[in-house]
Write a protein that binds this ligand. Structure first.
Ligand code: HEM
Length: 152
């Protein structure tokens, strides 16, 4: 008797929202880091670390967001050790980062549901980075890590 084997990919490559594509992800990353560069607090933090390596950073971040939102699997880095090295980063920097990110996502993703999904992903990753790099054992997670109006 013949055996049939059902082979499926381990991860289904489905976008987090049907309207999200790689062009929008490129626009998100370019616009977001453009705004980061103009920010009085975070601009110098990134400039100081990247020291002229902006182009490869943008390419890496596009691959990262395609992996998160389109499940392409192309980003292979380890964000936690990268951020643990950033000793100059304080809790409030995460508030600024997320504020700029939320604004940018709503500007770039014309579909509001898509923007909210993208923001929710950023908030979840920001929370895990904040926990890994900033938090002491008994710290309460700050409200600015998740959107206050509860729309997710
Ligand atoms: C206060 C907030 C943050 C600051 C100041 C910050 C800063 C940085 C800097 C300076 C780098 C470049 C490090 C280098 O190449 O030398 C970096 C890399 C990166 N960041 Fe952030 N970051 C923040 C939050 C986030 C959040 C919330 C995310 C995700 C949603 C994120 C995702 C990444 C990723 C994926 C990399 C590349 C890591 C690698 O593979 O090398 N970051 N970040």
């Amino acid at each position: 008797m013949e055996q049939s084997i059902d082979i499926r990919p381990a991860v289904r490559r489905q976008p987090a929202h049907p309207s999200i594509d790689s062009k929008q992800i490129s626009a998100l990353v370019d616009t977001f880091y453009g705004r980061i560069q103009e920010d009085d607090r975070l601009g110098p933090v990134f400039d100081g670390r990247l020291n002229g390596r902006w182009e490869p950073h943008l390419e890496k971040m596009k691959a990262f967001w395609r992996s998160v939102l389109l499940k392409t699997g192309e980003y292979k880095g380890q964000p936690v050790p990268t951020h643990t090295k950033l000793k100059e980063v304080v809790s409030d920097d995460y508030r600024i980062w997320l504020e700029l990110f939320r604004e940018t996502a709503f500007d770039v993703f014309k579909d509001e549901a898509a923007a909210r999904i993208v923001i929710r992903q950023a908030e979840k990753i920001a929370e895990s980075l904040w926990m890994a790099t900033i938090a002491s054992p008994f710290d309460r997670v700050p409200d600015f890590l998740s959107t206050a109006d509860g729309w997710n």
